[in-house]
Ligand binder design. Structure first.
Ligand code: SAM
Length: 190
């Protein structure tokens, strides 16, 4: 795992307790889901989304028993996440993690897209607990990733006039092309 992933786990882990509910918006190889499932414990719940069957399988395998029973694995776009979150969990999701881009070792064409990413972020803001955090790792090192990263940054910037704060951590400070981690919270939240 790269250092931004570790940093995201550290920051998300600080607001996540046993019994909480979390979302992994991009399952991929399942590293983030494994972290979330371990942290919410046996009384917590994790929803995981990915559009690829392969990501569902890899994550399920990585989780194994008994962690798998804490996670609802959904082969759906994160843009539709609200449809799949139980009524009692809405507004009480402590952590929502995004790791944009394509599945490492998979087809590079199957990647997150600006339009669905922004729709998922909008839904995430509605689902999040007042003290929760949304983490987004973005990759501006290639054309589609650059457009997506810039759109995410602009979206987060607009949210700051609507009661939200965000922070950006760059993998390589000052580099335009290096991955970056965005952390979004409600003002006055955690
Ligand atoms: C960089 S990987 C995620 C890495 C993962 N978090 C991990 O820990 O291994 C990005 C994933 O996003 C998925 N993805 C692309 N578009 C998506 C969408 N609209 N909804 C949900 N997942 C999507 C891809 O299939 C890919 O598996």
């Amino acid at each position: 795992m790269n250092r931004l992933t570790d940093r995201a786990h550290e920051i998300c882990g600080a607001v996540l307790s046993s019994g909480d509910v979390a979302i992994d918006a991009t399952l991929g190889n399942g590293h983030d889901t494994l972290f979330l499932a371990n942290t919410v414990g046996p009384d917590g719940r994790v929803y995981g989304f990915d559009i690829q069957e392969r990501a569902i399988d890899l994550t399920s395998e990585r989780l194994g028993d008994p962690l798998r029973s804490r996670v609802e694995l959904l082969r759906e776009s994160h843009a539709q996440m609200e449809t799949f979150i139980a009524e009692e969990d809405r507004g009480r999701i402590q952590v929502i993690m995004f790791n944009l881009g394509y599945l490492p070792g998979g087809e590079k064409e199957i990647t997150t897209r600006t339009e669905s990413t922004l729709a998922a972020l909008e839904a995430s803001c509605r689902l999040l607990h007042p003290e929760g955090v949304i983490s987004i790792i973005a990759y501006p090192g290639h054309d589609a990733g650059l457009e997506e990263t810039e759109a995410v940054a602009a979206y987060l910037n607009d949210l700051t006039v609507n009661g939200w704060n965000y922070q950006m951590i760059e993998a390589v400070p000052g580099s335009d092309s290096a991955p970056r981690l965005f952390l979004l919270r409600r003002q006055g939240g955690s």
